[in-house]
Design a protein around this ligand. Sequence first.
Ligand SMILES: NC(=O)c1ccc[n+]([C@@H]2O[C@H](COP(=O)([O-])OP(=O)(O)OC[C@H]3O[C@@H](n4cnc5c(N)ncnc54)[C@H](O)[C@@H]3O)[C@@H](O)[C@H]2O)c1
Length: 270
Amino acid sequence: MKTEPGTFRRLLLTGAAGALGRGLRVGLAAHCRVLRVSDIAPLGDAAANEEVQRCELDDRAAMHALLQDVDAVVHFGGVATEAAFDALLPANISGVFNLFEAARRQGVRRVVLASSNHAVGAYEQAQPLHALVPPRPDTLYGATKVWAETLAQLYWDRHGIETVSLRIGSATPEPQDRRALATWISPGDLLRLVLAALSAPAVGHRIVYGMSASARPIWDPAPGSAIGYQARDSSEPWRAAIEAADPEPDPMSPLLRWHGGDYMRLGPFD
Ligand SMILES: NC(=O)c1ccc[n+]([C@@H]2O[C@H](COP(=O)([O-])OP(=O)(O)OC[C@H]3O[C@@H](n4cnc5c(N)ncnc54)[C@H](O)[C@@H]3O)[C@@H](O)[C@H]2O)c1
């Protein structure tokens, strides 16, 4: 994995004001000469090797300007949970189209896409998942991630733009519940995964599950290994406390039945 300082000339990070973007903003800065950070939310002042560019993902012209002269894009902007369709549409549907279309026009060769496990959340956990299972979203939000993965495939097949679609699990500082013992990804591992996705040679379009190590994984780690990602963190130190807090879990509860957990209960919004 190429992680030497300044490996990339200019990287773009969208969603840089978000929960995950704030951590990646710090971590990625060491690996590029210039980090262009973007969001609609306030981003603060630019650090020494940063360019700050506010941008609405739904604004096609602004997106074309945003992707000008960048080597690769780490796309973490968007609506990050279930919502009404009209709330998802600008960022997660139009915005992702604008991103790939701008990449095509600006000659950007690599995208690292924040997809989600909710693209396949309606599978039961009794069936461990590899990356090539057909999509089976648990929500409209999950369906927007299927749309994003589909566009990534299209722009590889038609325009040679490489994308690693990261089906991120539960990206929180610590695992929160029994499901997260399998789905958690630590902040450090998320950065390592993004760097691997940026640096791996000849990825085409591929889907990689994003999780730290677990004694009982439910997602195939092989696609991550294939791009050079190795988790350094594990949920196991939290297992005893999480299991003690919920000693007799119902295996048919949404949290433990479905890959997407409680997302199977979210919506509709009428
Ligand atoms: N946090 C997780 O556990 C998790 C799990 C799976 C996938 N993801 C994905 O990772 C990405 C980041 O998640 P997060 O937890 O940091 O979410 P977040 O909501 O904290 O950050 C998302 C950022 O996107 C920005 N944004 C939203 N709409 C926009 C628009 N129209 N134009 C420009 N910017 C816009 C927001 O201002 C926000 O700063 C999302 O794509 C999310 O779906 C997160």
